[in-house]
Structures are given as structure tokens and as C-alpha cells.
Design a protein. Structure first.
Length: 319
């Protein structure tokens, strides 16, 4: 996976924690929850989280305790006091990995791993938590409950859930990409054909908040052309930096003034996009700005000026 991400031009994550390296942190978190009255050991040896003791349970998913109670399974574990309670520590069973603890040998529950690792690496509160919509309940809901019950502070400031990736076939029909349908896309194959930049532009411009991400193979061709346009404009800029002195005053022509106003508008759009997490809309706006206004118009206008007496001034404005 790391090799594939590197080939796509993605930066490596700062941390790639392994759950088994954080068993002591998980045990410490469970013990803290037990001390605060949120966790108990049942008759079956498991340690469970008492959901009803956490006042804001269901806040992320919009589910109420009453709704969850009515849909609770009948075949719940024998040691639970309430069908809604979830496992923090599972008692050891033959053939399963296990670690020693004050509650006996066992292994961590699914949810406690994420809370312990994030608290250790990012702190009790961090900015953005992501994942698929299928994880909102129960996984993310349980993460919030156990983390905030232990720390007493908010767990994550922003939750960002991505929809499925939808692909379009040759006939124009769209469907969710899945292994069972056999419609998977090899990102390295796409990168070899169109370039990693084209693939990245395709993905970032193919979505908007609240909608699924859409991938069209034919769009990679357009994105490759856009990437080439950016690189060509950059090379043109670098070729004309000779003799440029930073800080010299800029004398605007009407073309310059118009372009600077468009640049200010683009910067404002990008800033708002970052603040509102509308990255797809932001990327499409940036694409339009560079394609239509910078590359197809301003650079062409400036080329003539770079060959005349106003070369230095045109150079400064361009840069």
C-alpha cells in the first residue's frame, strides 16, 4: 500500500500505528472508565461500556436510546447489564490472541483501539475524524462515548464521512465500485496511462459535500490535459524569471488589473472552500481559473509584452 501511495504522489502519514503496540494504553483507558463508573465486568468476564450512563450517546448518528432499545437484539451476551452496552475487553477464548489484564487474559474490543491510539498520538481532542458512512453507527458513536466519558472533553471537532466511489462504464451506466461487481479501478494503471496528477485531479473534482465520489475514466484524459497546461505554464514562468528582482513596484496595465482581480477572487474561493470543506467545488474553480483565465488568456497576452520594451514590467506582473 505504501508503495502505491508513493507512486500516486501522496505524502506518507506521520504515524501508522499498530493496535497491538497500544495494549497498555487501551487497558489504562478501560480502567479509567471503570473508575468513573462507565465500565463494568460482566459475569462472562467481558468488560462492557454502560451506554445509558453517557448522556450524549447517539448524538453523531441521530439515534435515540429509545430507538436503539426497540431495535436491540435478543441474543445479547449473557454478561451485559443492558443490550445496548458494548465490549471494551473480551475475555480470552481458545485460539484467539490474548494479553494479560486486571480482568483476566483477553483482547481489546473493536472500538477501544481507535480511542486509545488517537488519544496517545493526537491528544484527547483533535480536529478531523474521517471514515465511511457505515462506521457512523456503532463504531464512531462508541468511540465518542468511551473517549469523552474518559477525558471529559470533546473527542473530534469535525466528522467527515465519505460516500462510496461510483464508476461509469462504457455505456454511461453508473454503479458503486465493489469487488463483487468486478468493476474495480487499478490506480497504478490509471497513473501509468494518464499520470498521477490527472488521477488526483479527477478524484478531487468528482465530488461535493453530501454526494458520492464519481470516477470517469474518460475524465482522466481531460485532467491530463489540465495537468499538462499547469506544468507548461509553470515552465513558462520559470523561463521568464531571469533578471527579476523581488519587491520591485508593479505597474498595472488593464490586462494585469483584470487578472489580479480574478486572482483575488480565486484566492477568496479557495479560502472559503477550505473553511467549508467544499474541496470538490474549490478544485473545479481553481481548474477553471488556471485553464481559462491564466493559461488561455493572460499567458498568451503576456507573451507579446515579454518580447517588447515593457519586458521587465510584464515579467514582474506575471511572477
Amino acid at each position: 500500500m505504501q508503495e502505491d501511495m508513493l507512486a500516486l504522489g501522496c505524502l506518507a502519514p506521520t504515524h501508522e500505528p499498530r493496535a497491538t503496540d497500544y495494549i497498555p494504553e487501551m487497558l489504562g483507558l478501560i480502567e479509567k472508565l471503570e473508575q468513573k463508573g462507565y465500565a463494568y465486568q460482566g459475569s462472562d468476564g467481558d468488560v462492557d461500556f454502560a451506554v445509558r450512563k453517557f448522556e450524549n450517546y447517539g448524538r453523531l448518528s441521530g439515534k435515540s436510546i429509545d430507538d436503539l432499545q426497540s431495535g436491540a437484539r435478543v441474543d445479547v451476551a449473557a454478561g451485559k447489564r443492558d443490550p445496548l452496552d458494548f465490549v471494551l475487553w473480551k475475555s480470552a477464548k481458545p485460539g484467539e490472541p490474548q494479553w494479560e489484564s486486571k480482568w483476566g487474559c483477553g483482547r481489546p474490543g473493536w472500538h477501544i483501539e481507535c480511542s486509545a491510539m488517537s488519544a496517545k498520538i493526537l491528544g484527547d481532542t483533535f480536529d478531523i475524524h474521517g471514515g465511511g458512512p457505515d462506521l457512523i453507527f456503532p463504531h464512531h458513536e462508541n468511540e465518542i462515548a468511551q473517549s469523552e466519558a474518559a477525558s471529559g472533553v470533546p473527542f473530534a471537532k469535525v466528522w467527515m464521512h465519505s460516500g462510496p466511489l461510483r464508476v461509469r462504464d462504457a455505456s454511461g451506466h453508473e454503479e458503486k465500485m465493489s469487488k463483487s461487481l468486478g468493476n474495480g479501478i487499478d490506480p497504478l494503471e490509471m497513473a501509468d496511462t494518464y499520470g498521477a496528477d490527472a488521477l488526483r485531479f479527477n478524484l478531487i473534482t468528482g465530488n461535493s459535500p453530501g454526494n458520492d465520489t464519481r470516477f470517469y475514466t474518460e475524465k482522466c484524459e481531460a485532467m491530463r490535459n489540465f495537468a499538462n497546461k499547469i506544468w507548461n505554464a509553470s515552465r513558462f514562468l520559470l523561463m521568464n524569471m531571469e533578471g527579476y528582482t523581488p519587491g520591485e513596484p508593479v505597474v498595472e496595465t488593464p490586462a494585469d488589473a483584470w487578472m489580479f482581480s480574478r486572482l483575488a477572487k480565486a484566492v477568496k474561493m479557495v479560502t472559503e472552500g477550505i473553511e467549508n470543506y467544499t474541496f470538490g467545488d474549490m478544485a473545479r474553480g481553481v481548474q477553471q481559473f488556471f485553464w481559462n483565465e491564466v493559461c488561455d488568456w493572460y499567458v498568451e497576452v503576456t507573451k507579446a509584452r515579454l518580447k517588447g520594451e515593457g519586458r521587465l514590467q510584464a515579467q514582474r506582473n506575471l511572477i
